[in-house]
Design a protein around this ligand. Sequence first.
Ligand code: UD1
Length: 441
Amino acid sequence: MDKLLVNGGCPLDGEVQLSGSKNAVLPILIASLLCAEPLQVRNVPHLRDITTALKLLGHLGARVEFNEDQTVEVDSGDLHTLRAPYELVKTMRASILVLGPLLARFGEAEVSLPGGCAIGSRPVDLHIRGFRKMGAQVSIENGYIKATVGRGGLNGARILFDTVTVTGTENLLMAAVLARGITVLENAAREPEVVDLARCLIAMGGIIEGAGTDVITVKGVDALHGACHTVISDRIEAGTYLLAAAATRGRIRVIGYDPQQGDAVLEKLREAGALLSIDPRGLMLDMRKTQPQAVNLTTAPFPGFPTDMQAQFVLFNAVANGSSMVTETVFENRFMHVHELQRMGADIHLRGNTAVIQGVVGLSGAQVMATDLRASACLVLAGLVAEGETMIDRIYHIDRGYDRIEEKLSQCGASIRRIPGWPATSVLPFRDGGSASPPQS
Ligand code: UD1
């Protein structure tokens, strides 16, 4: 397995071009299952999760073409199975998203239950409850969710989510576009990735109102058609690079940033003392002349502070002035990075779902282990800040969600390089040699 070797202690200074949003691309690629014509998706990043999604679509029988210009075309005209196997679902939980489209278009689907992961139990009960409300018969057999619906197909329904769920909203939204009548999703997720999926579905002929609010109304249609959609840039990737520059007291311009998407993160960065400015080329952060101030924060669904940026802020606070509290409310076990940061000299104590952090003057390089995607990003940032060498093991987690991270950070002056493991791994779609990857979050 590959490792990353970071030689830290040097401020970042440079520019990064953002890639397409992982969490937007995944449901959008899967939305291709809703119609018999090709869907062309642009701005698709090279990530292991995308490789897994394309493998899954290929397994179902879709024809997938990945072009060098980051465009993927998926033609789901002729599928040969409606079953998503455990082997693929266990490596990427978002595979559950095939359930809605397959059920809506073909009247049946079988998807392995994803199970728990490093950051919590992550049930899919709200997805299942929603499909039942739309008239599907759903059972759990041998670790698989088996769903069928009678000849008339799914019916529109009013679905009230107990908890805001991003993939739950997306799964039901995709099912609703082909259901009979009107579906109203209440307490729906408002994340920009949900809005991007809705935009793609509308381009495919779906009738959807309210995406981006907590009530989404869908009028079902008989069939969707092919379309071409360009995905939004990755706000979590953007936030991670901004934090990398802030934590190293450097400067960075993120190109392709959409300021609408990341208000809560920008607000916290301003509170921490960062100078932020938008110019036609992107968003600029300058922390060279400022003493970083620790900030309190609590994660919440959009437009609240994203849980996917929590680990990176814990690292920032660990080397900022003052004490702070970071509270995680979305996932129950998302502080695995704290133990690794403590090994690098951070002063952090966990009290339930809150990390109590006292800023220290510096961290020291160490051998650390990545445990999930965003925890890995936090450890890379820690390596950039720390004096000496940090070796990060198990970076297959980071390859799930960060497109060429070592290349982008090197462009900003970081000393970071990949130490290839055995077998050699690659995240290029269909050249994935990472057969040794264990289950992912
Ligand atoms: C998505 C994102 C992930 C992000 C998370 C929260 C993708 C591919 N992943 O994950 O990066 O961290 O949103 O912003 O988009 N829950 C239930 N029952 C359900 C569904 C969810 O109890 O049926 C709970 C979860 O356990 C969790 C909370 O709801 O505590 C939010 O989870 P959810 O929004 O569903 O996360 P994902 O969609 O899996």
